[in-house]
Design a protein around this ligand. Structure first.
Ligand SMILES: Cc1cc2nc3c(=O)[nH]c(=O)nc-3n(C[C@H](O)[C@H](O)[C@H](O)COP(=O)(O)O)c2cc1C
Length: 344
């Protein structure tokens, strides 16, 4: 029996399978099921920066001059943000109406009392407006770590890549003023110089990065001739993008990495660890096949390690990362050209 324990952001996990943030981690009953199914840690459903701004006056002194700036910031966000994004829609329609920030904080405390595995709170944010004070409340409520889902689509024609990088750094430094628990960034792959940006961000005070958030992709309905929503759940081959960038970043970043998107079987878990991730996150699989699937991933990983005589995760983690393989080009374009040339 292999030892599946791993360290992620300084948290000791009994195995590398982390439940991703989603509506599934929004009830104590489900958290207990996740623990029973052997999850290594759980990321709670995100709260959105909009809600923090909306309820800011309940949490800070209303005579505070920053409040009006915050309110203005909130209105700006409401005007600019696209609510097409599935997480925002899901959250705004189901959760925000029924729950307040206070309830989110109570939920964190209750979650900590209900399960023994690490609980990672999550904030979904799109701007560097001054919502970061709320991170302190999350820490006080007992969260073991905080994941920041920075969904910033670099679509503004007036902003350079450097402008976006600065925005990330400002958010990190603002949040770090309020908390001492580990912070991770959940990033999208929309970056003009991904490796340079991510290595830089990994050294700006965070303890982990989650690669990648699955962006909402609009589609077109040709019968109605209108924009429609793309697929919400990932498919089993969507891990390939994560695999490549994890392998390229492994050993170069200054923090831990959790691989996310497209984890649907234990083979993918093994591959992502071989590429260099400390842990993997999973959501769609649990929606489609049930929370018990965590056990299938854990057992599969265990069996594979036994078959390959690995006692510890660290014996094979990063073995196939770019810095550890003989021909680093296989992770880049050269191999792509070779593969296509073989198909006649
Ligand atoms: C219904 C649903 C709700 C989600 N809600 C959140 C959320 O609140 N915060 C967040 O960071 N990610 C959210 N996600 C994204 C997942 O955490 C995950 O990053 C994404 O689904 C890719 O992983 P997967 O391939 O295992 O599904 C959600 C995903 C789904 C399918």
């Amino acid at each position: 029996m292999a030892n599946l324990s791993t360290s992620y952001m300084g948290l000791q996990l009994k195995n590398p399978i982390i439940v991703s943030s989603s509506g599934l981690s929004n009830s104590i009953e489900n958290l207990k099921k996740m623990e029973a199914a052997n999850a290594g840690a759980i990321v709670l459903k995100s709260i959105f920066e909009e809600q923090i701004m909306m309820e800011a006056d309940k949490f800070i002194d209303s005579t505070d001059p920053s409040l009006s700036a915050m309110k203005k910031g909130f209105n700006d966000i409401l005007t600019n943000r696209s609510y097409d994004y599935v997480e925002a829609m899901d959250y705004m329609s189901n959760f925000a109406k029924e729950h307040s920030l206070k309830e989110y904080l109570n939920f964190i405390s209750l979650a900590k009392k209900s399960v023994n595995i690490p609980i990672i709170a999550s904030i979904n944010c799109v701007s560097a407006y001054d919502w970061s004070f709320f991170a302190k409340r999350i820490q006080e409520a007992g969260a073991d770590a905080l994941e920041l889902n920075l969904y910033i689509l670099p679509s503004d024609i007036n902003k350079t890549a450097a402008n976006y990088d600065e925005m990330y750094k400002k958010i990190i430094s603002d949040v770090k003023k309020y908390v001492s628990i580990p912070i991770s960034l959940k990033l999208s792959y929309y970056s003009s110089s991904l490796v340079n940006t991510f290595v830089d961000l990994s050294k700006s005070g965070i303890s982990g990065m989650v690669l990648f958030n699955k962006p909402y992709n609009p589609d077109i309905n040709i019968d109605k001739i209108e924009i429609s929503s793309g697929r919400i759940y990932s498919s089993a081959d969507e891990y390939l993008r994560t695999l490549r960038w994890t392998a390229i970043l492994s050993g170069r970043v200054g923090c831990d990495m959790a691989a996310s998107t497209g984890v649907h079987n234990y083979e993918t878990v093994v591959k992502l660890i071989l590429a260099g991730s400390n842990a993997v996150q999973v959501a769609s699989l649990l929606y489609e096949k049930g929370i018990e699937e965590i056990n299938t991933l854990v057992n599969g990983l265990n069996k594979w390690m036994d078959e390959h005589n690995f006692k510890y995760i660290d014996e094979f983690r990063g073995k196939l990362s770019q810095i550890n393989i003989e021909n680093p080009a296989v992770l880049e374009r050269v191999q792509f050209m070779k593969s296509y040339a073989q198909i006649v």
